[in-house]
Design a protein around this ligand. Structure first.
Ligand SMILES: [Zn+2]
Length: 166
């Protein structure tokens, strides 16, 4: 007796039986980019600098994916997630940090928080449990960035109060 179906068995079962009832789920990749207005001058960073900020200035934040430096992306940051049709939830695959519009740590901190918030908005918008976030995500960039900028401003203020930032 065989207890486990092989891949062809499962395919056959799907085609003969389940297809009539189940739509084959599809995986969609979602990407959210940081502000993409092109600027003539862009400032590079490094993985070491990003790692240092994540473990020091931003040690209060648990990132949904490890922020990775990628100078080839055309925006300051980029978050990639996967969602499966018909199933609530989203998986954050990548948080990439690109070159910045301004030099210095504060711009990087802003971008790191920005991308983590993009990730959390994707997760909440697809959780099936938050009308507010689902609506915000559907409305798109303007509405998402209004929210993100407000949260970042509050967070930067609290870092200043604690003396983490000047
Ligand atoms: Zn954004």
């Amino acid at each position: 007796m065989r207890y486990q179906g092989s891949q062809p068995d499962i395919e056959r079962w799907y085609n003969n039986t389940a297809r009539r009832f189940l739509k084959r789920p599809t995986v969609t990749l979602l990407t959210r980019s940081g502000r993409s207005r092109p600027t003539p001058q862009r400032y590079g960073s490094s993985q070491a600098e990003i790692d240092s900020i994540v473990t020091n200035e931003l040690n209060g934040i648990r990132f949904s994916a490890k922020p990775t430096y990628n100078p080839r992306i055309r925006t300051e940051g980029k978050t990639t997630a996967a969602v499966i049709s018909g199933i609530p939830g989203a998986k954050i695959l990548k948080i990439e940090i690109g070159k910045q519009r301004r030099p210095g740590k504060e711009e990087l901190i802003d971008t790191l928080i920005h991308e983590e918030l993009e990730a959390r908005i994707i997760i909440r918008a697809h959780s099936g449990r938050s009308r507010k976030f689902t609506e915000m995500f559907t409305q798109g960039d303007r509405s998402i960035h209004l929210y993100i900028d407000r949260v970042i401003a509050r967070y930067i203020q609290s870092l200043r109060r604690k003396g983490v930032l000047p």
